[in-house]
Design a protein around this ligand. Structure first.
Ligand SMILES: CC(=O)N[C@H]1[C@@H](OP(=O)(O)OP(=O)(O)OC[C@H]2O[C@@H](n3ccc(=O)[nH]c3=O)[C@H](O)[C@@H]2O)O[C@H](CO)[C@@H](O)[C@@H]1O[C@H](C)C(=O)N[C@@H](C)C(=O)N[C@H](CCC(=O)O)C(=O)O
Ligand SMILES: Nc1ncnc2c1ncn2[C@@H]1O[C@H](COP(=O)(O)OP(=O)(O)OP(=O)(O)O)[C@@H](O)[C@H]1O
Length: 543
């Protein structure tokens, strides 16, 4: 199995926009593009041949349609000259873009103008890369959305489908697996030209399934338009991303968009929370429900959960008393939910239950290690790196790692991200103070915000949750992050547990526009080894 690679220096981060597409693309006449957009393309421009689509001038290749979108800082029309220099055959933009182009010298390629070009990018990408269901058959598409659990569930789906002998790709926060070398991700859900290009590429390479994370940003920014998910899954909804969606209602409405006819053929919805129940009750897509708590009626229910190793054995009972016996190797009851969701999504895709049980028994597919998700670095002291970066995830991660050993203390190291949902910071502080014995507050990704001010927000929540006496013993503010991790290791006794939360698999910390190489797993390993503690080896899914 490949080992993790860690960047050697701060300068190595490659954030260049990516381009993915199949090796062979049949040209689409610009007239057909115009027809799809409802825009007339006068001769002779209607003969221009389009062989690709790009939102960024830096990824344009000859024959592309360059889509010049309005952005947060610039308008894509500012980059039309670059795009044409790189070979763009035509430009699609909005009125503002057309106005900007009219101010410059003549644009030597056809320019099509629509009100909202972002709304057109998905369907156009599907048309240009021929990634529509009929064209990509037999490749089945699985999409997972929800606040927490998307990455883990997509890894579980991938691992289960592979255990069933299916050639399966993956698109998500950590990496893209498209039948070649793993590609580190820049976004959880890439822009639609990349998504459609990837699906066509996977199809060309003979893959027959793909599991994909769908972020709420992606739905808002129309990145999943033009896709039809064979099975769409919903994990849960808790507070996060309220910088993008101003209320939970809005956040929910965005997620619910995925579960509409034309976007999903079937839905599998976890109904453990009220949002899942609402979704299941309102979607017009054929829906299968799933519950881990047994409190809410559901088509499939988890029962008989009992610990085995670090993970859990459990039974899934459904239609007419049908059962499946499942083992997940990752700790935490939430990973029972993720594994159950993966199983039901695969069942709903048409796999026979007996065949699925055989794959679960022989390959133990949920023993897969998901990078930075409940990743065990050492077992004595227990040292875990986890991506929990919102209140609910942090609470569940802390509960999952708490050791029953008498006298064992739980030490948590975490911070909050800058420029994201500021309201969650004090809640995260309070949860840590309530559930851990020693709370070390440090930096996450401050981005452009003042890191000390972010720590102060978290600290304020933690202080409020604690009584005055415990303040001196259990609550520390330590920065930078690598020092905070070393500090946790220095405090740990063999019977203790350290949870380093918030950044999981990430290997870069972004501070005021500068990328610093920082991998929690490496820092933790190094500090534990320096103290003479044993560390465990890395494991990860193969590409
Ligand atoms: C907030 C947000 O989502 N912004 C997206 C948006 O960027 P923007 O509006 O700032 O673009 P801009 O920099 O002003 O540029 C305007 C236009 O000019 C183009 N351009 C720009 C420069 C150039 O040299 N050439 C060029 O053509 C750009 O491609 C863009 O279309 O449009 C860009 C391209 O279309 C996206 O890449 C970009 O995502 C950025 C990178 C991003 O970080 N998004 C995050 C917040 C995100 O989507 N995260 C979710 C997960 C969230 C979570 O769960 O935590 C995700 O799915 O990853
Ligand atoms: N089903 C779940 N319910 C609640 N918390 C979960 C669940 N699954 C995972 N978590 C917690 O959330 C963290 C992130 O998990 P994961 O990466 O699978 O979710 P995600 O939805 O992909 O997150 P993101 O959108 O931030 O990338 C985990 O490290 C764990 O602490």
């Amino acid at each position: 199995m490949p080992e993790f690679t860690t960047p050697a220096s701060d300068a190595e981060r490659d954030e260049s926009p990516r381009r993915f597409r199949p090796a062979s693309v049949a040209a689409v006449p610009l007239a057909a593009v115009g027809q799809a957009l409802g825009v007339a393309v006068p001769a002779p421009a209607d003969n221009v041949e389009i062989t690709g689509i790009s939102l960024n001038s830096r990824t344009v290749e000859p024959g592309d349609l360059y889509v010049a979108l309005p952005g947060a800082s610039r308008h894509g029309a500012d980059f039309v000259t670059d795009a044409i220099g790189a070979g763009a055959a035509a430009v699609l933009t909005d009125d503002a873009g057309a106005h900007l182009l009219a101010l410059s010298a003549d644009t030597p390629v056809p320019v099509l103008v629509v009100d909202k070009p972002r709304n057109e990018v998905g369907p156009l990408s599907a048309m240009i890369y021929r990634s529509q269901p009929a064209d990509r058959r037999p490749l089945q598409l699985f999409g997972v959305t929800g606040t927490n659990g998307k990455t883990t569930t997509t890894y579980f789906i991938t691992s289960l489908l592979r255990a069933l002998g299916r050639r399966t790709g993956l698109i998500g926060t950590i990496e893209i697996l498209a039948g070649g070398e793993p590609i580190p991700s820049l976004l959880t859900t890439p822009e639609s030209p990349e998504v459609h290009g990837l699906l066509a590429l996977m199809h060309e390479r003979g893959l027959d399934a793909a599991a994909m994370e769908v972020s709420s940003h992606a739905i808002s920014y129309k990145r999943v338009d033009g896709l039809l998910f064979d099975v769409a899954g919903f994990t849960n909804l808790t507070q996060d991303h309220l910088d993008l969606h101003s209320t939970m209602e809005e956040y929910f409405a965005t997620k619910a968009e995925l579960f509409t006819p034309g976007r999903a053929r079937t839905a599998v919805v976890m109904v453990d929370d009220e949002w899942g129940q609402r979704l299941a009750g309102s979607t017009e897509v054929p829906v299968t429900t799933l519950s881990t708590s047994g409190r809410n009626p559901a088509d499939w229910t988890v029962s008989a959960a009992s610990p085995r190793g670090l993970g859990t054995d459990f039974t899934l009972t459904g239609h007419g008393g049908a059962t499946l016996n499942i083992h997940t190797g990752l700790p935490g009851t939430f990973n029972v939910a993720n594994a159950a969701l993966a199983v039901v999504m695969v069942l709903e895709s048409g796999v026979d239950r007996a065949e699925l049980q055989a794959a679960l028994d022989s390959a133990d597919p949920f023993m897969v290690a998901v990078p930075g998700r409940m990743e065990l670095i050492a077992d004595r002291p227990a040292a875990v790196v986890d991506f929990a970066h919102n209140t609910d995830a942090l609470a569940r991660a802390l509960e999952a790692v708490r050791s029953p050993e008498p006298g064992s203390r739980l030490i948590v190291v975490f911070g909050a991200t800058g420029q994201r949902d500021q309201g969650k910071r004090p809640h995260m502080g309070a949860i840590a103070a309530r559930l851990a014995d020693t709370v070390i507050i440090t930096d996450d990704d401050p981005h452009d915000e003042d890191a000390a001010a972010i720590r102060a927000d978290v600290l304020a929540g933690a202080r409020e949750a604690l009584d005055k006496e415990s303040l001196d013993t259990g609550l520390l503010e330590v920065f930078p992050r690598d020092e905070a991790i070393r500090h946790a290791v220095a405090l740990a006794r063999p019977q203790d547990t350290i949870l380093v939360a918030g950044r999981g698999h990430e290997v870069w910390q972004e501070v005021k526009g500068v990328n610093l190489a920082l991998d929690d797993r490496v820092e933790l390993r190094t500090a534990l080894t320096a103290r003479g503690f044993n560390v465990l080896r890395d494991d990860r899914i193969e590409s």
